[in-house]
Design a binder for this molecule. Sequence first.
Ligand SMILES: [Zn+2]
Length: 330
Amino acid sequence: MDARNNRAVVSTAIQGFAPAIVRTALLAVLLLASMGASLRTANFIVETPDPVLTQQVSQAAEQFRRDLAIAWLGKTMPNWSKPCPLTVQAAPNLGAGGKTTFVFDNGEVFGWKMEIQGSPERVVDSVLPHEITHMIFASHFRRPLPRWADEGGATSVEHYTEKNKYRQILNQCLHTGRGIAFSPMFAMMDYPPDYMSLYAEGYSLAEYLILVGGRQEYVKFLDDGLKGDDWAGAVQRHYRRQDLGTLQNAWLVWVKEGAPLDKQLEVAPAAGNQLASVDERRPRPEPNLIYHVAQSGRPTVVPPAGLVPVRLPGTEAAASPETTATGSRR
Ligand SMILES: [Zn+2]
């Protein structure tokens, strides 16, 4: 919906036939339109420069919170003790991105704050579900996740056009020695310097695991792995792979096939090597998900060595980069 057109209709109504009480309400809307609008729901306090967008984001945020909790956890979540301030900047050419901050303390999570931006479409269909997935994970796990799993799961609920960009970035990474072996990747609790590679590979692995077992199994796998940081054991118990190295190899075969989302993954994949060209100048994300928590200091179980760097088999040549996209990403 074009917000400017909507406001024009409201102005006409005020000058024409609206009764006094309606007129007052419409004047309030106009004031909100000129000052920016704020709307409070059970779990969010949404602020945008546009009352129409405020309404859309408010409804979408509560809907995503409900639907994504069911998708990931199999049930809805109780309301948070305090709603999350959610500020939105939207413009047609604004790069999609955002950050969510919160605090872990003694098994509790609170102090939510979300700031997002992008085109109105991407704000609602990609950035918002991404950030709310982070919040659902934080509410469920009550502790930090390995970054690949957090970002990977969050990215898996974005619009397919956004996810396709990460597929291309992953191909670039795997062609140029920027792939991250699963052993160190599972131990990363923060963003590495080349965090775009973590986003792309984390998304791809999350998509692969969700394809094998679904979203709720993904959460159970993370629950299991976080206990004692036993990721190799969790991989065995939930995905029937011997260890992280074996999982990595199976994932690489799937990626080499083009990461088909309709594939029966229990069947040994056939050979294939259709790799997309890539965009090396993709906008880099601003690492979002900022939280404050004491370091656990627990070591991660290390799988067999010799897996760094990760490359796709039979793809030694680097792909040609393109130089188009601009903007920021989460
Ligand atoms: Zn994120």
